[in-house]
Structures are given as C-alpha cells and as structure tokens.
Write a protein that binds this ligand. Sequence first.
Ligand SMILES: [Zn+2]
Ligand SMILES: [Zn+2]
Length: 351
Amino acid sequence: MLPMSMVRDDLLRLTPSGLFCELGGFFVDPWGPVAKAVITHAHADHARRGSAEYLTTHSGKPVLQTRMGPNATIQSIAFGEQITLGEVRVSLHPAGHILGSAQVRIEHRGEVWVVSGDYKVAPDHLVEPFELVPCNTFITESTFGLPIYRWRPQAELYAEINAWWRENQSQGKTSLIHGYSLGKAQRILAGLDRTIGPIYCHASVAVCNRDYAAGGVVLEGWRMLSEAPPRCDWSRAIIVTPPQAHGGDTPHRYGETSSGFCSGWMTTRGIRRRESIDRGFPLSDHADWPELTSTILATGAERVYVTHGSTATLVRWLTERGLDARPLRTQYGDEGTADDAVAVEPGAGAN
Ligand SMILES: [Zn+2]
Ligand SMILES: [Zn+2]
C-alpha cells in the first residue's frame, strides 16, 4: 500500500464538539451546540439540541423538528441536491436507516469524504433505499461490526413476529413488542398482520408515526393506547412500545403478557436474558457484517474511519485488505439508551 499523500486535505476533523468541516464552517452530527449542524438523522446520539442551525433532508425534517423543539431552525434539502457551504460542496444521500436518514457527502477540489451516519443496505420498503456513494475517505459506523451479525430476511422475521402474536393470543396473553420509537417501531408496525387483532401504539411511538406521515410515509391500522375502549380485550392485541416502557407500568393493566424485543442485539442470548424478554427478533436498522464490509470496499475509499460499536475487528479486517483504516472515537453509539428518553414522558425511562 502506498503511503497516504501528504497534501491531502482533511475535510473533517474531530473537535470536542464533534466532526468539524473547517472549509465548510459546519459540523456533522455534533454532540455540543454549534453554529451549523448537518444532521444524518434524528436519533438522540446524532442530533442534539442547542445548535443555532440544522440542515437535514426533507423527509427527515419533521422528526428532527419534533426532537430539536419547535423553535429550532432547520433547513432541509432533497436527497442528491448539491449545496455550497463555505468552500465545499455538500449533498445528502439515503442511508436506509430510518426515514430521511442521510449520508453526508463533502467535496472539495475533487476530494470526496462521506460520513455514513447509521446505515442499512437491505431495503425495508419503508425508508429511502441506501445509496452507495463513491469517495476517497469514508467515515463508517460499525454498530454491528462483528462477523456474528448476519441478518435474516425481513419477511422471515415478520412471519415470526406474527406467529408469536397468534400464539400469545391462543394462550390469552397480551403481546408487548418492544422497539425504539423512531424507526424500529414503524418497521414493526409495517410488518404486523392486521387480520390477527388490534394494534396499539405507546405515545412515544405514535409521535414518531405522525412524523413519518409528515415525511411522506403513512402507517395505517393502529391506535394510540389512550384510545383503547374501556373494556378492551387485551389478550387479542399487540402493543408496540419502546424498550424503556418494558417492565414498568405496563404488565398489570394488560393481564398476562408476553414480551418480544426487536433489535439486532437479539442475536445474542445474554442480552435477551438480562432484559427478561420472552422472545427476541433480530430486526435491525443497521448494516450487518456482510453489508458493512462489502459497502466499505465498494465505496472505493482508500481511507476509512470506523466509529460506533465494534471498531477493532472491522479496522483489522480492512487493514488486512490494504486500506488505511483507523478507529474514530465519537460519542455516537447504540441509540437504545438515549433515543427514546427524548420522546417518552418522564418516569418511563427505567432502563
Ligand atoms: Zn440511528
Ligand atoms: Zn448511531
């Protein structure tokens, strides 16, 4: 491998507030308040309140506005639309993670950097499909950057979830299906078979459903939990609810329950046990190992910065293939911990 050119521009560098593009005068997904923030998506570890100005995609704007607050200044552009910020050209490209989620492409004098944000390559028919963006330097997430993570087809997981719901029904148990309010809950909803029984959504999920609708993706055939009839037969129902609502106020009200959890982390049994989940469904909004490795190679990037999750294994794998790969310490991580706390009412965030 040839040494990296010494004249290469660093289009982004890490500062105490996050990834900064000095030539463009903006940050990408900063974790401190800044003057201008380009946002890949509205999960809590990527979008923080307090910046003076935000830039995101049209379909990602409603949910970002909800989370940043009604007074936040948010500009939105179309996918693929090029704008000039300072001395660089910036465009946003589908990341396939949640509705409106983007990779950020930054170009200066022919040099191209791409920040992936969180991404998923397999299409889910709910969000804009991932676009491969050729670049010189790729900053990639690696939430599931271990070879054990290989997702099964979405249709298979949907079938399992629906079969589990039917089974619970036959045993007189209320089904509680847990998934992050933003993104995962909508994927769950899209896969539920409406002929089995009524579908109810926790308030924080309903807020995100509304923002998805505003962004152009309308999900039908569900009701808010608060809209349930007084003598609801809960044992026929399924309740879509965030992880934090699990184990808290929910079980008694609904009689005997069975809880399922949709997350890539459900691949490993230990986590399922720790969370006392009856069933785990590894339905993920992130790239699995084959997607991560094939995508990174396909970008043609000579330099790769790896952030989020299991960086060491992926960095080693890329280095062995002749790429200049390095871990990058950011404050991004599993959106599970912080994500839903934003939208859920106080007191619901027990874990
Ligand atoms: Zn995310
Ligand atoms: Zn993330």
